[in-house]
Each structure stands twice: as structure tokens, then as C-alpha cells.
Write a protein that binds this ligand. Structure first.
Ligand code: SF4
Ligand code: SF4
Length: 53
């Protein structure tokens, strides 16, 4: 997953991942990509469209 530089680390994406694969901290975001089922729910949930596959 690519994260654009305008990510504001709001945590919305982490909150919707059905597998809980996204960890958002104050200034960082991390994906456990190997478990990702590519449902794109996180991409659609981002209010500023900061995620891209
Ligand atoms: S929802 Fe978007 S802006 Fe918020 S932490 Fe996730 S990628 Fe960043
Ligand atoms: S695509 Fe789906 S499974 Fe993968 S990180 Fe996003 S919400 Fe989670």
C-alpha cells in the first residue's frame, strides 16, 4: 500500500480494516500487507484519499 504525503494519521483506515492490519501512530502508518485480502475498504474510507494500491 502506498501512503501519500498528505496522510493526516487520523486512524479512519485502521478503524475499518476487517482484519485489523493497519497500525496508525502519531506520525506513522504501517500495514501488515501479507495478510491483506485486498478488499479496498481502507482506501475507500480515507477522507483525503491518501491510500493507493
Ligand atoms: S484514513 Fe487516510 S488520512 Fe487517515 S490515517 Fe488512514 S491513510 Fe491517513
Ligand atoms: S485492503 Fe482491506 S484487508 Fe487490506 S489493509 Fe485495507 S481494509 Fe485491510
Amino acid at each position: 500500500m502506498k501512503v501519500k504525503e498528505w496522510c493526516m494519521f487520523c486512524g479512519e483506515c485502521a478503524g475499518v480494516c476487517p482484519r485489523n492490519l493497519i497500525e496508525v501512530r502519531e506520525t506513522s502508518i504501517r500495514f501488515s500487507e501479507d495478510m491483506c485480502k485486498e478488499c479496498n475498504i481502507c482506501i475507500d474510507a480515507c477522507p483525503v484519499r491518501a491510500l493507493e494500491r
